[in-house]
Design a protein around this ligand. Sequence first.
Ligand code: 13P
Ligand code: SF4
Length: 314
Amino acid sequence: MDTVGLIENIKKLKKEKNAIILGHYYQIEEIQQLSDYIGDSLALAEYSRKVDCDIIVFCGVHFMAETAKILNPNKKVLLPDVTAGCSLADSCPADAFSKFKAQYPDHMVISYINCSAEIKALSDLICTSGNAEKLVRSLPQDQKIIFAPDRNLGGYINRITGRNMILWDGACEVHDALTTDTILRYRTQYPTAKVIAHPECNDEVLKLADFAGSTNAMLKYVNNSDIKQFIVATETGIVYQMQKENPGKEFIIVSNNEKCNCNDCKHMKKNTLENLYSCLLNEQPEIIMDSALIEKAKAPIVRMLEMSKTLNLI
Ligand code: 13P
Ligand code: SF4
């Protein structure tokens, strides 16, 4: 089937099956265009709670679809490619984290949403890059905290809030690979451009950025700025949305090596029109989870959503 045929059939199946497509900003353009809701991790977790449908097709990675299932245990949740994982989530295995956590019995655990359901079940509070700073600031100053799994996001939050959270040593292979040399090279090439970076980048890169923030926060920043040129230190997918909302501005994606697609998250890009179509047609692969795990993992996610609402973040 050609692209036009696939798009037509996806739309048709979506209607017939009362399905909703949730798409992360890192998806390919065609999937972003087909999504009923598009957003970053925080927005998508919140949308998934509100949608009125029988089937949620999550065009993102496994931990995101799992989060949607945890929040909607009675709905069918599908992920077009079940092998779409996440290097950051994989950097924090549950048994090793459980031993790590046992060393700090008086600490609460805040986990970045980019983790498995098992890690969520071991956590007191979940955060995303869109709310991490405000959630941490809202906790009592003397609250001892373990932050997992992203050492970069956790380190950044420590730096800007003056906290001393204990960090699990995990990272995202896409963002962590970006180097200061690369940023400086782009700065020399585009001297009037603003550098924007995702807090999954390492702290030396973040210190060189004019703005650091979640995917949604970066989008908001460029939408509200009078500047016409941006050097973008994150995954490539967001550029589509930035360009769409800002046709008169230029977005230059930072890459350590201009000859590769190094900033494409290989997991996010596993979802294609072909597997999205077959997933809707066959209602597979489906996210199936143990109900006890769902219950345990749900509490810290709900706590995050409630705190985010109180803090006017959603
Ligand atoms: P946000 O969607 O929270 O910006 O996170 C980016 C990311 O890497 C998702 O996996
Ligand atoms: Fe995971 Fe990084 Fe891909 Fe996000 S960009 S899904 S953190 S590997």
